[in-house]
Design a binder for this molecule. Sequence first.
Ligand SMILES: [Zn+2]
Length: 846
Amino acid sequence: MQIRFIMCSMLLLFVLNIGNAQEEYYFPEGVSFNKNIPSPSEFLGYEIGEWHTRHARLVSYMEKLAEISPNAQIQTIGYTHEKRPQIILTISSESNLANLENIRQEHLEHADPDGKEGEIGKMPVIVHLGYNVHGNEPSSSEVSMLVAYYLVAAQDPAVQNYLQKGVFHIEPTLNPDGRDRHTTWVNSNKGVPAVADPWDREHNEAWPSGRTNHYWFDLNRDWLPLTQVESQNRMAFYHKWLPNIVTDYHEMGSNSTYFFEPTKKFGSENPIVPRYNYDTLNTIFAKYHQEALDEIGSLYFTGERFDNSYPGYGSTYPDLHGALGIVYEQASSRGHIQNNGSEEITFPFSIRNHLRTSLATIRATIDNRELLLNWQRKFFRDARNNASGNVYVYGAKDKPGKTKQFTNLLLDHSIEVYRLKNDLKTDDRSFSKDFAYAVPGKQAQNLMVKSIFDKVTTFADSIFYDTSAWSMALAYDIPYTEISSRKLNMGKKITAEDLKTEIPEPVRSNYAYIIDWADFKAPAALYYLLKNEINIKAAFAPFSIETDKGLQDFGYGSLMISLHDQSSSPEEVYKLVSEASEKAGVPVHAVVSGRSAKGIDLGSPDFKDIGLPDIVMLTGEGTSGYEAGEIWFMLDTYLEMPVTKVDRYDFSRLDLSEYDILLMVSGNYDSLDSERIENWIKNGGTLITQRTASEWAIKKDISAIELKKNDKEKDSLARRDYAAKDKYEGARAVGGSFYQIDLDITHPLGFGYKKRTLPLYKNSRVFLEPGNDAFSKVAIFKSEPYLSGYIHPENLELISNSAALLAEKKGEGTLIMFSDDPNFRAMMLGTQRLFINALFFGSSIF
Ligand SMILES: [Zn+2]
């Protein structure tokens, strides 16, 4: 007992000691803390920076603060894919917290161009302190605890002033699933003493690393497409509050220092964000960050490198909402301590730098509270008042599912959408009032409207860190037009509730059911029925037939469920067909006769059996987690279809004959036995490759196709200045942009499309020659293919007339090659169908 007591006291002393040491190291001099509130280290039992803190412990600490401090409230805004809570700790003065809903409403009204101007002298500024979007850039989540502790426990009149004048929403981890993946890795590999050698396991996290979320998506690219649940939850909270300041904390390579905004003038900036944001606000804040880092002697740089143009970044999206979004990058210790070649970077060092810029941001925000509040009001007013007066009209009768999904995306971004009062006909398009919508430019969200619809074709710079094109209308392949509002009669404003239309229950048939393959959700219904052992045939030619809804036209790929060749009873078939219709949200048509009014009859040999494919995908070290994750996500959440994810290193032991389809995304496959794969194809397998996997198949002679090369690259006499190297190479990268392809819509890989022209997103330097088989050039880039985004003229020449999608017969099997990634970021709903066609129809092509 005695011994135990002594041990406990020693532990307590130790804890208190490290608590004090910690406060001295991390916080500015002279701050004292309320002893009734536990510091992070007192709560966790280890010093901040000594271990990486698991998400659950972070949440517990924030809950503790909310429990014991009258200045903190906690809420869960949703759950990640792996069901970790996404929490927000809100800190402010007691009187502000008691009045929080009124503050929120006044804030939103003040930002609204039609709303009443708030009493600016009294209004708190809204600060969203977001941390750790990339799970393996972990220092900033540790910072979130220190910042929260500082705001609730620091006994300093300056902090009391912050709480009076600000509402601070702390989001400790934007990516909890990825963070825990990384945290588990570094903690479980940490040595005592810690090992600084960069070759140690601790510093070399296993594939797919914790950067991404559960489905291997980069959440710092998802603020615009909102495909991931974490982003959807965050976006709802964002628009509930419209913060004035949003922080976006990162870590970069170990061999660096510290970066804060502004980013590279013009080059890395978004083309439609007002200059005031970059020139005035960023400059004001940079001064505070500079002083904070000078004070502790940390090196930094600014005004170069990091990109701030794509609206899907966490530091750019706020700039398009009258806020200041700020990106911060700290050289990573990636682990607890790492030697970067010239010095040892420690985890506490990276935490301290991020903490100091966080505190500087808070100070800058409070000092400039009125400026920020005035700016946001002016931003939204200007956005609306300076709009051209044009309206975007979009939507299509033959794309109801996609039109609905696109509309939901607009509503998630708080964009106003209206119905049409009348049908609209333009020179090249017609829009039915029942299937199209109108988005006026004259609204507060005009800059987001432009981001979603407009093509970007002129650039101040030629180097892009990432994509240079982000039109969601092109990504979805949604038909749209821009017309003057004077020529349009807009109807009622719509809400998400209005879009919840129910699909009518199918009419029972004793003969057959038909599902139109053009429907966006038809593949989900197909998989559901196949899984339940329903025999399904697909139409390899169009037809028109009398249905319960009258005479209907059905295009290539339409699905037919005949009652005569099922092992289930007609009642059971009807039940499954109804369930598929409801689950997928697709209408089912009942027919009573096999005779078509036009085209093939239902008994025609052009109706071909579709089987349930067994799919395996190569993943693991050396393969692209992003691309594999997009496929996994799409199959899981959209088709609810399993895919076996095999590690590349286990591949030699895999019995390939168990599978119908092998998926290969970009990767390094040099060590793979290509002959084995080729023989498997010849025996009836379907290999689907994309980007560099297509290049691999060509180099290994699995494909007879050739790669298209740039003749100019062969000029070995060319000589250039060393200083121009980055610019030269950067300008020739294919960061990501949109091109027109011509699609063979009679080919099984083109089934479901009604138009031959389709926008395709290209972000690879894989250029395919179309080859010699006249009937297998499924999609070819047009001779003048350019649509949107930056591209170097030499690359544009290579893209023109090259192949985007090819099918090749090999023995009994098929090779399908994509030059690019048709599922990019799960936002390319325009080209996603090409990939789905490859899964279901790939084995029926030849
Ligand atoms: Zn990052």
